[in-house]
Design a protein around this ligand. Structure first.
Ligand SMILES: [Zn+2]
Length: 454
């Protein structure tokens, strides 16, 4: 049995002996609740006036879907105390043509060999030490995690570029020509143990691995994730996994955007990127939302907004399946007319979903690069999504979301509403993979090759 499942549970077991009535009647608890605000749902009749109608376009500019998701599992490599674990992370893009999707009968029989093919798809994988395991030559768990991640993202996968190139492209804004302005990234602290150096600057010409000028220890470009700030030998690295996987999924999106821009920029507007979860970076990786926001704005401004003949160059959506926004959507979905969307302003969010004050706070200002909305498709399925806006606003209108009609109508076709666990329903994914001609191959590689072929 693992250490955490014996000693780690004691406080909870003790707490469970305190009855609910005892807690709720306790004077300290009551005094606390008297001083708190808890968001409550709006009245049903208040919702419809806040919604906007979303027309289904006659012709969609979107032909291809790139869905990105990932997962991880911690595995004990030694079960005796103190236990040791590594975490296996899998992430990557699933690419398919909408044309294939339309030809699918949802009830079609899915052959076992199709499921087998899905498993054979090559994805990005990463094995990370997470507890009581250190690399040979490393002095701590933190150093082991940093080095493993650096090596994995730097791995060459010809003809694809390594993922670390996409990270550099993002943090140094390499989509912009070098205009003499400094495109820098500052690390708040040296990641090497015992070195107190602060504010280390990485530049476009800094190699992937450089040296700290104070301690001489290695500085990896991947240290911009600042994981070293939260990994300790005692507590392990389990706490970083959630936001590390969110980062990796978004790195894959950046990687595909970068590849497509290099091969055929006009193709970008035919692709819908679908991300599992909101469009945001969390925890130590949160500062990455800034260059991501700049990239998104750069792409959305490639063509004038509001001009229907020149749709925006980027279609990107994050789909949420859990959390307070999904719980809120379940509560009010019957009040949203079919084919309508509820665009969530800061005022609405802080009043009804999460506590806060819209007059002094901007929702997601340090993490998000898009705004949330709740969409009810013409069929009645409900989606909680984040979509990038062309302006920074506390109260978005439909014009702030370029190409929204297109994006939402494709979502309806994907049939992955908030009640499905998978990003794309598994059965559908299996069928799509068998229909596309990429099984067993690297999807992106095949995609890129097909698109450059005459
Ligand atoms: Zn140092």
């Amino acid at each position: 049995m693992a250490y955490s499942s014996t000693k780690g549970r004691r406080p909870i077991e003790r707490a469970s002996k305190i009855s609910h009535a005892e807690i709720i009647n306790n004077q300290n608890v009551r005094a606390l609740l008297d001083r708190c605000t808890i968001p409550s749902a709006p009245r049903g009749q208040d919702v419809p006036p806040l919604t906007v109608s979303v027309e289904t376009p006659d012709r969609s500019s979107i032909a291809t879907v790139v869905a990105v998701d990932g997962g991880y599992r911690e595995t004990f490599v030694r079960e005796e105390f103190p236990s040791a674990s590594v975490t296996f992370i899998v992430f990557g893009p699933l690419l398919f043509q909408l044309e294939d999707l339309r030809s699918i009968d949802a009830q079609a029989f899915i052959a076992p060999e199709d499921i087998e093919r899905l498993k054979n798809i090559e994805r990005f994988t990463l094995a990370l030490p997470t507890r009581n395991v250190i690399l040979d030559g490393a002095s701590s768990l933190s150093e082991s995690v940093r080095k493993t991640l650096f090596e994995a993202l730097g791995a060459r996968r010809p003809p694809d570029e390594p993922l670390i190139d996409a990270l550099r492209w993002l943090i140094f804004r390499e989509w912009l020509k070098d205009d003499g302005k400094l495109r820098e990234w500052t690390l708040p602290s040296c990641p090497n143990r015992g070195c107190g150096a602060r504010d280390l600057t990485l530049r476009r010409d800094t190699p992937n691995e450089s040296k700290c000028p104070t301690c001489g220890g290695p500085i990896y470009v991947t240290d911009v994730l600042r994981l070293h700030e939260v990994i300790t030998d005692d507590q392990g690295a389990g706490g970083i996994l959630g936001y590390l996987i969110t980062f990796l999924e978004q790195l894959v999106i950046v990687h595909v955007i970068k590849s497509v821009l290099r091969l055929r920029p006009d193709l970008l507007r035919e692709i819908l990127f679908v991300k599992d979860g909101p469009l945001a970076f969390f925890g130590q990786t949160a500062p990455l939302h800034r260059p991501m926001r700049e990239l998104v704005l750069f792409l959305l401004n490639q063509s004038p907004s509001g001009n229907q003949h020149q749709p925006a160059i980027l279609n990107l959506v994050g789909i949420e399946k859990s959390g307070p926004f999904v719980e809120h959507a379940m509560l009010i979905e019957d009040h949203i007319p079919k084919g309508n969307a509820l665009l969530l302003s800061d005022e609405y969010i802080y009043r009804y979903i999460v506590p806060g004050d819209a007059t002094t706070q901007n929702y997601g200002t340090n993490t998000y690069y898009g705004r949330k909305l709740i969409y009810r498709s013409p069929e009645g399925s409900t989606y909680v999504v984040t979509v990038p806006t062309i302006t920074e606003t506390k109260s978005p209108s439909i014009a702030d979301f370029p190409n929204l009609n297109d994006i939402l109508s494709v979502l309806g076709q994907l049939r992955c509403s908030m009640y499905d666990n998978a990003l794309i329903p598994i059965a559908l994914a299996n069928k799509l993979v068998s229909l596309s001609e990429y099984p067993g191959q690297r999807i992106l590689e095949a995609f890129a090759r097909e698109q450059v072929a005459p």
